[in-house]
Ligand binder design. Structure first.
Ligand code: GAP
Length: 514
């Protein structure tokens, strides 16, 4: 098994063992591509949301929030183009009866060639040692150059066929590359067909009077249809933004890689409304600002990269993805799109209501242009978990599993641990807990040896453990243990709150150019 598969498997089982994530409806053998967040998971998820909300809404005078309904008038989705064009190309294998996304089959094929290039590079790096220059090697080594050429060619054919809606050409490509079904091992494929990803339901008591409704596939449309409401009631002047965190639903054909691709997930989106002609300036601003937000969490910067879109959606004039290096490779984490005035204009046409902004600075009215930032909350969760899951070899020969989650996002901030269950230690510990829990999320634990309790808190990413012992009862000092260094210090209780507050200081994290 490849190393990354092993790590990923460990992360998934760690999530279950420590109450981060459970398979949905597990007692009924589970429901594919739906997950429940357990006690530690919901804390981490809320902390990620808060961190995003603080930096996007609270730290920007010109960005306000919204919580719009999941159900929207069905015309919304006609206007946005989702009814006509929110499709994935699907293909079935006639022998295994398994269904695949045709584009994903081709992308997986490309990923295999990329893996071969990585192997070539690793081998060469070993051979040349310090002299190894990756850029030079990949642009001059015959085999790597051939492989890169092949990837470009396949990508070009796939993108052209998809943008022309030529599904026959997509099937031909799959056949020519001799891509086989991983289950049956055959290439006995059906034709490629389009499949709409929206979930449909009905509202109304009788079949006659019922109206078709869709579960929203993105939160953004709730923002667009509320543009005028918010602009007027909040007296916002362009440029300004509207942010929202909420559920979105997509009937993904291939839902896999744990919480990376689900059918029910959460998005953190912000639409920034700007003057026409100024959208590229703001697109560049948000491109920079968003990558800085990710970097502010202290995750290895090499794990992020931009993937600028060459092939743009018909409504966009610039788009990029921030990709993160998950254990299964670089994949999209967040999208930043310059969406022109496409959405507001479409809602104007379909609703018959004027959606314009009067700009007092230029004494003119216009339909604003939009720059969107769209981050998947669950993917951000997976980013944190896969990056922070560490199996550490200790000097005494033991191994410990530790989640080195940025302190500010940790589910529990302080574990409060009486050394023993007697001699007044639990009472003292509870008193300390009562004071600290007003400010920090604390957990009291008295079961098991202190070593076991430390390990348990390492495994859920608790940055600080406070141990109350006999000396505490005499001089009001405790042992403060740090998760990452495992160093234990004797600290006076008077100073405790200040020390921990300093470590969780939001200003320290959010001091990035935004
Ligand atoms: N409003 C723009 C929009 O929805 P998108 O690229 O389709 O753009 C934005 O989605 C983000 O939502 C993605 O970058 C990803 O993080 C997250 N996302 C999309 N589909 C997802 C799924 N099936 N499961 C989990 N997250 C998903």
């Amino acid at each position: 098994m490849a190393n990354y598969e092993e790590i990923f498997k460990k992360v998934v089982s760690h999530c279950k063992e420590y109450g981060f994530i459970f398979q949905s409806s597990e007692i009924y053998d589970g429901l594919a591509a739906a997950y429940d967040y357990g006690p530690n998971g919901v804390e981490l998820k809320n902390n990620i949301k808060d961190y995003w909300w603080k930096s996007m809404v609270n730290m920007h005078e010109n960005i306000v929030g919204l919580d719009s309904a999941i159900f929207m008038h069905p015309k919304t989705w006609k206007a946005s183009g989702h009814i006509d064009a929110f499709n994935d190309p699907l293909i079935d294998n006639k022998d295994s009866k398994k269904r695949y996304r045709a584009d994903v089959l081709v992308e997986d094929y490309i990923a295999k060639i990329e893996a071969k290039i990585t192997k070539d590079c690793d081998k060469a790096a070993k051979r040349f040692g310090e002299k190894f220059n990756k850029e030079e090697f990949t642009s001059t080594n015959g085999r790597v150059v051939e492989r890169k050429k092949k990837i470009d060619l396949i990508n070009k054919r796939l993108n052209t066929s998809l943008s022309l809606g030529d599904l026959k050409a997509v099937k031909l490509l799959i056949e020519e590359l001799e891509i086989k079904c991983p289950i049956s091992g055959t290439n006995n494929w059906t034709d490629v067909r389009q499949f709409n990803l929206m979930f449909k339901t009905q509202v109304g008591a009788t079949t006659d009077g019922a109206t078709d409704l869709y579960l929203r596939p993105e939160t953004a449309q709730g923002i667009f249809v509320n543009f005028l409401n918010i602009q007027k009631t909040s007296r916002m002047k362009i440029p300004f933004g509207i942010a929202q965190v909420g559920k979105a639903f997509r009937n993904e054909i291939v839902a896999r890689q744990f919480i990376f691709r689900m059918r029910e997930f959460e998005q953190m989106e912000m639409q920034f409304f700007v003057r026409p002609g100024e959208e590229i300036k703001w697109y560049n601003y948000w491109r920079e600002s968003r990558i800085n937000w990710h970097k502010s969490l202290g995750i290895d910067e090499d794990k992020y990269r931009f993937h600028d879109h060459e092939k743009l959606a018909h409504y966009a004039n610039a788009a990029t993805d921030i990709e993160f290096k998950f254990p299964f490779g670089f994949k999209e984490l967040e999208g930043i799109h310059s969406r022109t005035d496409f959405d507001l204009k479409a809602h104007q046409e379909h609703s018959g209501k004027k959606i314009k902004y009067f700009d007092p600075e230029i004494n003119d009215s216009y339909v604003p242009y939009v720059v969107e930032t769209s981050l998947g909350l669950d993917r951000m969760f997976l980013t944190i978990l896969t990056n922070c899951f560490i199996e550490e070899q200790l000097k005494n020969g033991d191994t410990r599993v530790v989640l080195k989650i940025p302190y500010i996002l940790s589910p529990i901030k302080i574990a409060i641990l009486p050394l023993t269950k007697k001699d007044g230690m639990p009472e003292k510990a509870r008193k300390i807990m009562q004071e600290l829990q007003l400010k920090f999320n604390c957990q009291y634990e008295e079961k098991d040896s202190i070593g076991k309790r430390y390990r348990r808190h390492d495994a859920i990413g608790t940055p600080f453990c406070i141990t109350i012992d006999h000396i505490t009862l005499e001089d009001n000092t405790v042992t403060l243990r740090n998760r990452d260094t495992m160093i234990q210090e004797r600290v006076s209780l008077n100073k405790m709150e200040a020390i921990i507050s300093e470590n969780l200081n939001l200003a320290k994290y959010l001091q990035f150019k935004s």
